[in-house]
Design a protein around this ligand. Structure first.
Ligand code: NAP
Ligand code: ZN
Ligand code: ZN
Length: 347
């Protein structure tokens, strides 16, 4: 067992503090990763504050992990010492169920093992990436292309795959009109990826304050949702809406923006339920769906796609001691567009 430096939440209401976490001894198929950068996802905040239900404390979160391999288990052959690698939101799954067999480990019927706050195979609670090292089964470790700067690559492991997966599944591409609701960590990646896939992208943000950025990321149109004429102007417009908002939205207004056979996919995960007025689905034969991260093969596909297209998240690199302030800024939508912790500040 290794004891490594980390930052953890002592409870749902206290700030994160410096501490240590235990990492298991390397199993035959494990790799030891020295972490360079860890992104801050809004899910980290929902989780540590107990908004999604009770979690074990102290808890180290972080599931946008980039680093390099420093040791490999005796039977591990997928990654070698020195490789640049990443870890996203899950570190294991049953591997046997229909969904795992189909490459959808995120939808493992037995429940995937989350990178943090999950019970691991050895019965311990998993601890996330706001930490100097992590030990992960090689099958859940991704190759991170070296053409993407390390700090910018980190948010691809959650924000990147969580938006790539539904955009790919619902065929965002040439001739498709895609709207992205909320331009934070996930939202700005949805804009970049949908534009790279060839779709005509519209951003629906609370205000127009980030319009120039949205256009730079590839959006053709940008509207403020605080302006109620937006919902009238864009009625029956979109094939696909990706909702990334961390709070409930008025479903009737947003569903009304879908054209025939359009789908609104929620990746945003507010603790409160979204209320769907069924009559808003009848018009235009609309669908409402959800989507959770992505499988391991698809995550690798996304990393390679971003490297080929020269797409990377916009990041603000911070030291470990700035995490609590960063959380407050995420909560007020004052993020441009992902905070990433420089793990060197934890060594
Ligand atoms: P984020 O950086 O905070 O972005 C959320 C954006 O939503 C904000 O930047 C803001 O955009 C908008 N927003 C926030 N509060 C709002 C409100 N009250 N009303 C309207 N718009 C609001 O968060 P994130 O890291 O991208 O995560 C977004 C959500 O996705 C979270 O709930 C997170 O837990 C969830 N998530 C889900 C998955 C999955 O697998 N499904 C994976 C990762 C994260 P504007 O300023 O542009 O309005
Ligand atoms: Zn996340
Ligand atoms: Zn499974």
């Amino acid at each position: 067992m290794r004891i490594v430096n980390a930052i953890a939440a002592p409870s749902a209401t206290e700030p994160l503090v410096r501490t240590t976490v235990e990492r298991r001894n390397l199993g035959p198929r494990d790799v030891l990763i020295e972490i360079s950068y860890a992104g801050i996802c809004h899910s980290d905040i929902h989780t540590v504050r107990g908004e999604w239900g009770s979690v074990p404390y102290p808890l180290t979160v972080g599931h946008e992990i980039v680093g390099h391999v420093t040791e490999v288990g005796a039977e591990a052959g997928k990654h070698k010492v020195g490789d640049r690698v990443g870890v996203g939101c899950m570190v294991n799954s049953c591997r046997d169920c229909d969904n795992c067999q189909a490459g959808y480990e995120q939808y493992c019927l037995d429940g995937n093992t989350g990178t943090y706050a999950s019970v691991d195979r050895d019965g311990t609670v998993t601890q996330g990436g706001y930490s100097t090292h992590v030990v992960v089964d090689e099958d859940f470790v991704l190759r991170v292309p070296t053409s993407i700067p390390q700090e910018a690559a980190a948010p691809l492991l959650c924000a990147g795959i969580t938006t790539y997966s539904p955009l790919s599944h619902w065929n965002a591409g040439p001739g498709k009109r895609v709207a992205v609701v909320g331009m934070g960590g996930l939202g700005h990646m949805a804009v970049k990826i949908a534009a790279a896939m060839g779709a005509e992208v519209t951003v629906l943000s609370q205000t127009l304050s980030k319009k120039a950025d949205g256009e730079r990321f590839g959006a053709a149109h940008y509207y403020a949702t605080s302006d109620l004429t937006t919902f009238e102007a864009l009625k029956n417009s979109f094939d696909l809406i990706i909702n990334t908002v961390s709070a409930p939205i008025d479903m009737r207004s947003y569903l009304g923006l879908l054209r025939l056979d359009g789908t609104l996919v929620s990746v945003g995960a507010p603790p409160e339920p979204l209320t769907v007025p069924v009559f808003a689905l009848f018009g235009n034969r609309r669908s409402f769906a959800g989507s959770s991260i992505g499988g391991i093969a698809e995550t690798q596909e996304m990393l390679d796609f971003c490297a080929e297209r020269g797409i990377a998240p916009e990041v603000e690199v911070i030291d470990a001691d700035a995490v609590n302030d960063a959380y407050e800024r995420v909560l007020t939508s004052d993020v441009r567009y992902r905070f990433v912790i420089d793990i060197a500040s934890l060594r």
